[in-house]
Design a protein around this ligand. Structure first.
Ligand code: B3K
Ligand code: ZN
Length: 879
């Protein structure tokens, strides 16, 4: 909690640590009320620090110091200085052994950072700065040390004792206690430390690595959940294999563990050899988890495993470099998921998903008060910078290297990066330098992707000279100002381009038969020419979304329809459909606002129909192409956002499509059944996706037949994907589903993750108002303390139910303020995430803004606010 005014930390202020830590020996006497931590560290003066800089600075937070010894001698309080979050020993010798004894209270720790208790067991979360909540330590990622850990706890309550690395000893102690000693052979920063002391069971397997060694793989869960660990285990094995095959990277430990915990702030954590996961990204079987959940497990298991090289073996020098490991690891997990599907069209569907996330979440961040570069220049609370910009835009930046250099040179760059930096804590510049050396290219200008915030806008225009048979494409770039960065310099942007002829075929572009070329836009404006172009082409620009930019081109409807029908690049084919839909949604929204008659042209619906019935296309792709831009994407295109008008317009469009394409949609439901045992593979999931999208369209114009169809699907479905989809569609249609919701709850009340779904599907329904949300909060299964539960109800309301959250009377905003404050008292990280729901308040209708401002000011005026929430709110209110 904030006791003094929050401090801003700047990247430019980085200095190397004055002391390095060689070894750490930790002893834990685990007790929920009072855990005793004995910590013995050997330090030596850092040759890279100034010779006379002899202060040892240790971090510590919310812990009690019991004893402190330096080279065997007890220090008295006059010999060290305890600040709010540091302990400093001045003028220390060059070589030091510190013995530090502290206590902490895990059962009181609701922040879920540091050592905490979840369902009567102990877990840790140390990234970014949680280790200092366990013991005093130079808690910064550029201090890497070898850890030995001794755990002692009651044997009956905590039969399983885990930490990083290898188990070297275990046994019984007096008083019903036992111990386990773990040794991690690799040096690591403190943020990768982990321990678990719990009553758990595991699925385990011995797995042969590429070099012939065997590794023990374990997935640890609470009793009763072993029927939900297969997919996580399979995903782990696939990840290990893929990292060997695609990047030549091997598992470096004899043992690799995944532990699932119900109370967790985010998705999962890559602690060395002991990954700790939110249950949401481990537990799945067909009855409880959806296709989306299965895909999420594969991606997150992969992500955390891949961190072992990109993050753990090579880590970050300081937290400003976070994207060094996160952007790169997201890129790796994206490639893993795409490779697991294996087909071009499957790959394209994963790419479309990535583009959607960027537009839905990252572009708005880039255009709001929290905008920051992929490598931020400053922060108040680092936990606020685990953002879509650092992660997803960071992944796009890595992807652009691959697009610019080619796959082979990119791989050489990765190899060189590991060759140079294994075992080190480095910077984004080091990564870029490895890429530049390996590819023999100057990547100086590329640095701007790391230093400049904001989404670049690329404007394209083309002319065709029939006589010269030449097509000329002019590309120009600009980037809107962001907080603290008024002016931007041109970016180095790869723009992948194809040209379509009148029949929709790709034209040959450079005499070598290439149909896509990557243009490098490096200046404010540049012109590119294509020769031997026999007819006026339709340009397909930014193929495969080759850069995280907004692309503007004055497409006519005819050109977009042409691309929507024919583009060989599936991402741009999808994109053309999105552009067609968006233009109509914006017109409809304006018509709603002006009280005009709402109309949707048949041309658009006919194009949708043609795609829907095209059996040559994968179901998964057809599903993507038929999903209309979301209400928040429409909002981003408006000067003054009117959530009610947007909602009405989009609903009208869905209803109209449903009425006109009723037969085709019904056929799609029938034709895409997936009989037989459930399999989460991409083809089956794609079929279910298309079928359930068709069902939800049909329910936009419900009649008895459709209601019955959906009701039967809820009752008869053999998997959660179909069951939940039908129930959601029914809720959204406004049908009376009271009884079905009740029986769904009764059946699954013992499955926390399914209860989360139950709350979520109600929270995001446009028929659920704030009064109903408050009522749901009184349900016995609701608690603010478990982040998954809080997210399922509260976040889904504020982020996924815009027409109710933005109720004209401001009641949604009041609810938001109240819960940001309540959550902040328990868990600042989760509260700060919720705080961000109001980021872009200045973009809404003038009538809504005063309500929003009042809500923000209510939070700002709360008596005790964490730095986390304070930073978000003060940036939102700043001019
Ligand atoms: N590295 C962790 C995130 C830690 C978040 C701390 N607030 C998970 C991941 O990105 O893999
Ligand atoms: Zn990560």
């Amino acid at each position: 909690m904030r006791t003094d005014s929050p401090q801003t930390i700047y990247r430019k202020d980085y200095t190397p640590p004055s002391y390095l830590v060689e070894t750490v020996e930790l002893g834990f006497d685990l007790d929920p009320a009072r855990t005793i931590v004995a910590n013995r560290i050997t330090l030596r003066h850092n040759p890279e620090a100034a010779q006379d800089h002899r202060d040892i600075v240790l971090h510590g937070e919310d812990i009690e110091l019991v004893a402190l010894r330096l080279n065997g001698t007890e220090l008295n309080p006059g010999q060290y200085i305890v600040g709010t979050s540091t302990l400093t020993i001045k003028k220390a010798p060059l070589n030091v052994v510190l013995e530090i004894e502290t206590t902490c209270a895990p059962e009181q720790n609701t922040t879920l950072s540091g050592l905490y208790v979840s369902n009567n067991s102990f877990y840790t979360q140390c990234e970014a700065e949680g280790f200092r909540r366990i013991t005093y330590f130079p808690d910064r990622p550029d201090v890497m040390a070898k850890f030995t850990v001794m755990l002692r706890a009651d044997k009956q309550k905590y039969p399983v004792l885990l930490s990083n690395g290898n188990l070297v000893e275990e046994g019984d102690l007096d008083n019903g206690r036992h111990y386990a000693k773990w040794e991690d052979p690799f040096k690591k920063p403190s943020y990768l430390f982990a321990l678990v002391a719990a009553r758990l069971v595991c699925q385990e397997e011995t797995f042969r690595l590429a070099d012939g060694r065997n590794a023990l793989l374990q997935v640890w869960v609470e009793e009763g959940n072993l029927d939900k660990t297969d997919y996580a285990m399979q995903s782990l094995k696939n990840s290990i294999r893929w990292d060997e095959e695609r990047w030549g990277l091997e598992l470096d430990l004899d043992r690799f563990m995944i532990v699932a915990v119900g109370d967790f702030n985010m998705g999962a954590m890559e602690n060395k050899g002991l990954n700790i996961f939110n249950t949401k990204f481990v537990l799945a079987n067909p009855a409880t988890a959806t296709d989306v959940d299965f895909a999420g497990i594969e991606a997150v298991v992969g992500h955390e495993y891949f961190h072992n090289w990109t993050g753990n073996r090579v880590t970050c020098r300081d937290w400003f470099q976070l994207s060094l490991k996160e952007g790169l690891t997201v890129f790796r997990d994206q490639e893993f998921s795409a490779d697991m599907i294996g087909t071009d069209s499957g790959r394209a569907v994963t790419r479309i998903d990535q583009v959607r996330t960027l537009r839905q979440a990252q572009f708005p961040e880039d255009a709001g008060p929290m905008a920051h570069p992929v490598r931020p220049d400053s922060f108040v609370e680092i936990n606020n910078f685990y953002t879509v910009t650092v992660y997803e835009k960071g992944a796009e930046v890595v992807r652009m290297y691959q697009t610019l250099l080619g796959r082979d040179a990119f791989r050489k760059g990765m190899d060189l990066y590991f060759e140079r930096h294994d075992g080190q804590a480095v910077t984004c510049d080091d990564f870029r330098a490895a890429m530049a050396s390996a590819a023999g290219r100057d990547l100086a200008q590329f640095e701007r992707w790391y230093s400049q915030a904001g989404t670049p806008i690329v404007t394209a225009s083309g002319t065709y000279d029939e006589e010269a048979q030449r097509y000329t494409l002019t590309l120009a770039q600009r980037c809107p100002p962001t907080p603290g960065q008024a002016e931007k310099l041109p970016f180095h942007i790869p723009v992948a381009v194809g040209l379509l002829d009148a029949k929709g075929r790709d034209l040959a572009l450079n005499g070598e038969g290439d149909t896509t070329v990557v243009l490098e836009l490096t200046e404010a404006e540049q012109t590119f020419t294509f020769d031997a172009i026999a007819e006026l082409p339709v340009p397909s620009l930014l193929r495969d979304f080759s850069a995280p930019v907004v692309l503007e081109y004055p497409y006519t409807d005819e050109e977009l329809l042409h691309l929507f029908r024919h583009d060989s690049d599936p991402v741009n084919r999808w994109e053309a459909g999105q552009r067609l839909a968006m233009a109509r949604l914006l017109r409809l929204t304006a018509a709603v606002q002006n009280g005009e008659k709402l109309e949707l042209d048949y041309t658009f619906i006919a194009a949708q129909r043609a795609l829907l019935v095209d059996e040559t296309l994968e179901a998964a792709f057809r599903e993507q192409a038929l999903i209309l831009p979301s209400e928040s994407l429409i909002a981003d295109q408006m000067e003054a956002v009117d959530p009610q008008a947007i909602h009405t317009a989009r609903r009208f469009m869905r209803e109209t499509i449903a009425k006109v394409l009723r037969n085709e949609l019904q056929n799609a439901v029938a034709a895409n059944a997936t009989p037989g045992p459930y399999s989460p593979d991409a083809v089956s999931a794609g079929k279910r996706g298309l079928k359930n999208l068709a069902l939800s369209y049909l329910l936009a114009a419900p009649d008895d037949f459709t209601l019955d169809l959906a009701t039967r699907q809820v009752a008869e479905a053999t998997n959660m994907t179909d069951r939940a989809a039908a129930l959601v569609a029914l809720i959204h249609s406004g049908a009376d589903v009271e009884a079905q919701l009740q029986s769904f709850y009764d059946e699954f009340k013992g499955e926390a993750l399914v209860v989360d779904k139950w709350f979520a599907m109600q929270a995001s329904a446009p028929t659920t108002d704030v009064a109903r949300i408050r009522e749901l909060m009184t349900h016995p299964a609701f608690t603010l303390k478990t982040p998954n539960r809080a997210r399922s109800l509260i976040f889904n309301f504020t982020n996924a139910n815009p027409s109710q959250f933005h109720a004209p009377d401001g009641s949604g905003y009041e609810f938001w303020a109240e819960h940001v404050i309540k959550l902040d008292a328990l868990n600042p990280q989760v509260a700060a995430r919720l705080a961000r729901s109001m980021d872009r308040w200045r973009r809404y209708l003038p009538d809504l803004q005063p309500h929003m401002r009042r809500a923000l000011e209510t939070v700002a005026a709360a008596p005790k606010l964490s730095n986390d929430v304070m930073e978000v709110i003060s940036k939102a209110l700043a001019n």
